[in-house]
Design a protein around this ligand. Structure first.
Ligand code: COA
Length: 148
């Protein structure tokens, strides 16, 4: 499928069901805190202009959540439906996120690749990303009053 047959745009409410299905299919082992419905709600409150979908007609076939915290940009949930992989959809999503972040002054993008899917590093390396010597740390926060 040539690139012209899919398009990248900002998430819209009508995409909700297909995005939920896509993330459940692509990230079946996601922890409960990454429930797709809650993730969408949080992203729409935080930085909705950086929630991107790739669509082929009415069907959403890819996503990414990007964001800028004032110091670094981040990429999350880069996901392409298995039957649409290998056609440039993932690359187009990342490139669009990069363009939007660069436009608001973001100097560098970071992302994390789970050790359970090391093959994703090959994809990012093709797009110019490099594995960096860092220790990744995280902490789960207690639910806030407006978390649901
Ligand atoms: C990783 C993923 C997003 C790639 O999406 P995609 O639409 O198939 O990727 P593209 O077709 O845009 O590929 C872009 C380039 O990366 C390469 N590439 C894609 N997947 C690759 C992989 N696993 N290893 C090495 N290179 C890869 C492609 O060959 C292409 O190279 P080219 O420019 O020389 O043609 C998709 O496989 C996916 O959703 N995987 C499951 C979720 C995941 O692991 N997400 C990333 C971590 S959160």
């Amino acid at each position: 499928m040539p690139h012209s047959e899919f398009a990248i745009r900002t998430y819209r409410d009508e995409d909700h069901e297909s995005v939920v299905q896509l993330w459940r299919q692509v990230f079946p082992d996601a922890p409960a805190r990454n429930d797709p419905v809650q993730d969408i709600r949080r992203m729409m409150r935080a930085q909705p202009d950086f929630f991107l979908v790739a669509h082929f007609g009415p069907r959403v076939v890819g996503t990414t959540l990007a964001g800028f915290d004032g110091h670094r940009g981040w990429l999350h949930l880069v996901a392409v439906a298995p039957d649409h992989r290998g056609r440039g959809v993932g690359a187009a999503l990342v490139r669009e996120a990069e363009a939007r972040l660069a436009k608001i002054g973001c100097p560098k993008l970071n992302l994390q690749v789970r050790s359970s899917s090391p093959e994703a590093t090959g994809f990012y390396e093709r797009l110019g990303y490099a594995v960096e010597e860092r220790i990744s740390m995280g902490k789960v926060l207690p639910p806030g009053s407006s978390n649901s």
